[in-house]
Design a protein around this ligand. Structure first.
Ligand SMILES: [Zn+2]
Ligand SMILES: [Zn+2]
Length: 118
């Protein structure tokens, strides 16, 4: 029973033990770890998008879009309604990115943004 801290978006972190958010399986191979290292932004239950990791089998189907850092080419995938890119969705995604440390001009991911400002 762990108490979930109230969702404050965190930048995609290097976690020792990545687990699929959907089935809870941990990665045991490099390929599975790579799958789980992918950040998915999915529509939140009530409003702001949330970041999740999925194994290959649980990855959201349907339309997928992605945010790509102009420097390293890395970034979260967008699933479901977040691919709609209407004004409201775009604003919500931008808010998540900004909170996670992204520079929206570019965009530039938190890792590269640190480098840029150094
Ligand atoms: Zn899974
Ligand atoms: Zn980057």
């Amino acid at each position: 029973m762990s108490v979930r801290p109230r969702a404050r978006p965190t930048p995609p972190a290097l976690e020792d033990e990545a687990r699929c958010w959907s089935c809870g399986r941990a990665a045991s191979t490099a390929a599975q770890r790579a799958d789980l290292a992918t950040t998915w932004l999915v529509p939140g239950a009530q409003g702001p998008p949330v970041d999740r990791s999925f194994c290959r089998g649980c990855a959201p189907g349907g339309a997928v879009d992605e945010i790509i850092c102009v420097r390293c080419g890395d970034g979260p995938l967008l699933a479901g309604e977040l691919t709609a890119m209407d004004l409201e969705v775009t604003a919500a995604v931008d808010a998540w990115l900004a909170a996670a440390g992204w520079r929206l001009a570019g965009p530039v991911c938190p890792g590269c943004a640190t480098e840029v400002t150094r």
